[in-house]
Design a protein around this ligand. Structure first.
Ligand code: ADP
Ligand code: MG
Length: 398
């Protein structure tokens, strides 16, 4: 796999370099509420502009349905990126149309253009290879080399991620390279004990990764919304808590599998049981096997926080994906904070994966350098840990 360093060694002054970045930030209207992904994309862009390249960035934002939608415009991202780079970023009004072409043509050495939301073009995510290929052709015509740096999308076979790499000399950007190296460390011979903490809303999102991790880890701690399907599978009442009834059988299988393999599977022993899903909902601490039928668990309880911290204390390697509770509500953010703090306090090789988990770390004001690595790609890191091939990485290898 050729890397950014190889490209810089070849020389990029005056060349047009197409960079696929992951700039999919959370927005409140036009305000970026967490610019972590924009910041993460800076090093690669800066190295290219510093070497005199004309940088053309392709990126997506949200889930537009294959046509322009003003609320998904990359305009706020272009502004923020310009502020952080200290130089204006020229935003094209379209993806690969007349505006994109003239914006790219107007670039001087060391300047940056951003194409409008790549998902405004339905061909980006098409299942039809010829359709994706037609968009990739138009993207490829805008540049002479391709740098893949959007780690959050490398698990997607999309025009700007996969097909364009088939059409231009291609290089792994600094971010993609760093992420892949960290994940390889987790999958190839991790230092033990290797402990994984999983949370978040849906078990169904994480079935594949749980199945695979059961063959690799020493301990699996489960919190967040997905814990209730496990508690239910053990025969407990979970009230109005998040529950995926259709996953019960699979989850029972995981419980049995963990036991058979000698993997320590740790579930919450107490929860904050609230009267409803609201920031100011009343709540009480109850045992995990005694959740009242009219309550819903919105966070792990104090005893569980201590238990999880103790189970993390002697870990040599930790991967954490998914908040332990509804951290967006201050009253239910304590469990997520406790796990994050345990990682900061420990001296394990610690990796945080998942958009919401990374956002939680920043939102709760924890020091980002307290973790060995905060991944920018939730889905991509999970698929890697599931043992799946990442098309956007594989395509860079040949
Ligand atoms: P990530 O993006 O880090 O992979 P997920 O998307 O899987 O994480 O899950 C994050 C969401 O899970 C958060 O919005 C959080 O509010 C929600 N969540 C966590 N615990 C609970 C719970 N007990 N009940 C409902 N939602 C929960
Ligand atoms: Mg998420």
């Amino acid at each position: 796999m050729k890397t950014l360093a190889d490209l810089l060694a070849e020389g990029v002054a005056g060349r047009r370099v197409l960079v696929r970045a992951d700039l999919n930030v959370p927005l409140d209207g036009e305000t970026i509420t967490d610019d972590g992904r924009v910041r993460a994309s800076l090093p690669t862009i800066r190295q290219l502009t510093g070497a005199g390249a004309r940088v053309v960035i392709a990126a997506h934002l949200g889930r537009p349905k294959g046509a322009p939608e003003p609320k998904y415009s990359l305009a706020p991202v272009a502004r923020r990126l310009g502020e952080l780079l200290g130089t204006p970023v020229k935003l094209a009004a379209d993806v690969v149309g007349a505006s994109a072409r003239s914006t790219v043509d107007s670039l001087a050495d060391g300047e940056v253009a951003l194409l409008e939301n790549i998902r405004f073009d339905a061909r980006e995510t098409s299942k039809d290879e010829a359709e994706r290929g037609a968009l990739a052709d138009e993207l490829a015509a805008l540049a002479t080399v391709f740098v893949s740096d959007g780690f959050g999308v490398v698990h997607r076979k999309q025009a700007s991620v996969y097909d364009v790499a088939k059409r231009l000399p291609h290089y792994a950007g600094g971010l993609v390279l760093a992420e892949v190296e960290v994940l390889r460390k987790l999958t190839e011979d991790p230092a033990r004990p290797y402990v994984v903490v999983l949370g978040g809303a849906k078990v169904s999102d994480k079935l594949g990764v749980i199945a695979n991790l059961l063959t690799k880890v020493d301990r699996l701690l489960i919190g967040g919304g997905m814990a209730y399907t496990f508690l239910k599978a053990q025969g407990h009442e979970v009230g109005n808590s998040l529950l995926q009834e259709d996953q019960l059988e699979q989850v029972s299988g995981f419980l049995a599998e963990a036991e058979k393999r000698g993997v320590e599977l740790v579930l919450p022993v107490d929860v904050l049981a609230a009267t409803g899903f609201a920031p100011d909902a009343e709540f009480e601490v109850v045992k995990a096997d005694a959740i009242p039928a009219d309550r819903e668990g919105l966070d792990i309880g104090p005893e569980t926080r201590e238990l999880f911290a103790a189970k993390l204390a002697d870990a040599a390697t930790v991967f954490w994906n998914g908040p332990m509770g509804v951290f967006e509500f201050e009253a239910f953010s304590g469990g997520t904070r406790a796990v994050a703090q345990a990682l900061v306090d420990g001296d394990s090789f610690s990796v945080v994966g998942g958009g919401d988990s990374a956002a939680a770390v920043r939102q709760l004001g924890l020091p980002e350098d307290g973790f060995s690595h905060i991944s920018t790609g939730g889905g991509a890191s999970l698929e890697f840990l599931e043992g799946k091939e990442l098309p956007g990485v594989t395509v860079l290898e040949d």
